[in-house]
Design a protein around this ligand. Structure first.
Ligand code: UDP
Length: 386
């Protein structure tokens, strides 16, 4: 019998499985719906030797030293500073919008005046969410904010979320704030790397342990049932007295009894091209043109050499759990959806041996490093609870 059952083999499930197996020397079963480990971080090398991220670009960046140290047990790293260009009015400008972007868009004189004002109002080196910049009472800064809102955020967000930036959780657009600096990097974290052999081998290393059994291509619902009266978990028809760590979508665990938790999804279209280079940056955003939001050129992440290149275009759409071709990528956080989530969460809290962790189970737009950190924290909590 297993001491722990973990649903989901993404970072949330894999990190905690690895800790339980190695540190506690307990038996773990991982149940994974997909035919591979790694969740949305899954990658593979294609026939041209290019590492492809099947579920869209994943760049490791963190300020959590413990997360970096932990993952370093399973991979070597290649330093990588992510830069993104946005195609605005036919020009490629640095995103997040910064003082260099300003110089590309406006005349030298005008860029100078506005830069000075930005620095005087917010300070050099600061990051200002677009929704805050829009509140500026300086005429020039307000105009600038409206320009950035229109050209960088509005249409991209409409495509990505189906609604405008002022209708979504402000934390989402604050992920890409206006940067009062000349720093073109997308992230400013202390640790920024790509795993030299890709993400998938991290998962292989983490989970190849005698205490860990993995069931791929398996829907947890075929093995696990909840008895809502007794508040007990059943595994293969028998009471399961160990701990269940659930990293899937929490509404699915309760058969959607309160309704569906909404997500945005992506259809990712890959294209192999017989050319060395397709675009300038690894990721280029198209806020205003086409139906896709961005194009990723994968070989650029690790400077992989090939006469070919592979690109991916991301077409956002709403998620439908009944459509097996779609993945729940982004929780759509708002007051109503958070309430629905809390309702499900309080159901879970009545089960003494179920724990939730991860982007889906916690219904939060976590980055990879948050996910790993949360999983490490849950492990500590489990250890403390005995
Ligand atoms: N965003 C935008 N224009 C851009 C880049 C981002 O409007 O050129 C907004 C959009 O709402 C997006 C959010 O900022 O969903 C967060 O972007 P991020 O790049 O962090 O998204 P992720 O990489 O997680 O898909």
């Amino acid at each position: 019998m297993f001491d722990y059952i973990i649903v989901g083999a993404g970072f949330s499930g894999s990190v905690i499985a690895e800790r339980i197996a190695n540190v506690l020397n307990k038996k773990v079963l991982i149940i994974e719906k997909k035919n591979h480990l790694g969740g949305h971080c899954y990658d593979f090398k294609n026939k041209n030797g290019i590492t492809i991220h099947k579920y869209g670009p994943h760049i490791f960046h963190t300020n959590f030293e413990n997360v970096y140290t932990y993952l370093s047990k399973f991979t070597e790293w290649k330093p990588y500073q992510h830069k993104v260009l946005g195609v605005i009015d036919g020009q490629k400008i640095p995103i997040p919008f910064n003082l260099n972007s300003l110089q590309k868009i406006f005349s030298e004189e005008k860029a100078k005046v506005i830069s000075k004002k930005l620095i005087a109002n917010y300070g050099f080196g600061t990051n200002v969410p677009i929704l805050d910049l829009l509140k500026s009472d300086d005429k020039d800064l307000k105009k600038l904010a409206e320009f950035i809102y229109e050209k960088v955020f509005k249409n991209y967000t409409m495509k990505q979320w189906g609604i405008t930036p002022d209708q979504i959780d402000p934390a989402v657009t604050a992920r890409v704030p206006v940067s009062i600096s000349n720093d073109d990097r997308y992230f400013h974290d202390k640790f920024q790397f790509m795993p030299v052999k890709g993400y998938s081998q991290i998962f292989d290393k983490m989970l190849s342990h005698k205490n860990i059994e993995i069931l791929l291509n398996t829907n947890f619902k075929d093995l696990i049932k909840l008895d809502e009266n007794l508040k007990q978990v059943f595994f293969k028809g028998k009471i399961f007295t160990g701990q269940l760590i659930f990293t899937g979508s929490i509404d699915e665990l309760f058969e959607y009894k309160f309704g569906y938790l909404p997500y945005r999804s992506l259809k990712i279209e890959f294209e192999n091209l017989p050319e060395k280079e397709f675009q300038t940056a690894a990721v280029e955003n198209y806020p205003n043109d086409f139906d896709f939001t961005r194009i990723t050129e994968f070989k650029k992440f690790m400077n992989e050499q090939s006469d070919f290149t592979t690109i991916a275009r991301e077409f956002p759409l709403s998620y439908n759990p009944k459509n097996d071709d779609l993945n729940p990528y982004y929780p759509i956080r708002n007051i109503d959806n958070d309430k629905l989530f809390e309702k499900y969460k309080s159901e879970v809290e009545q089960f003494p041996n179920i724990f939730l962790v991860g982007r889906l189970a916690e219904y939060k737009y976590f980055n990879m490093d948050n996910v790993i950190n949360n999983s490490l924290n849950l492990f500590d909590k489990l250890v403390k609870n005995g």
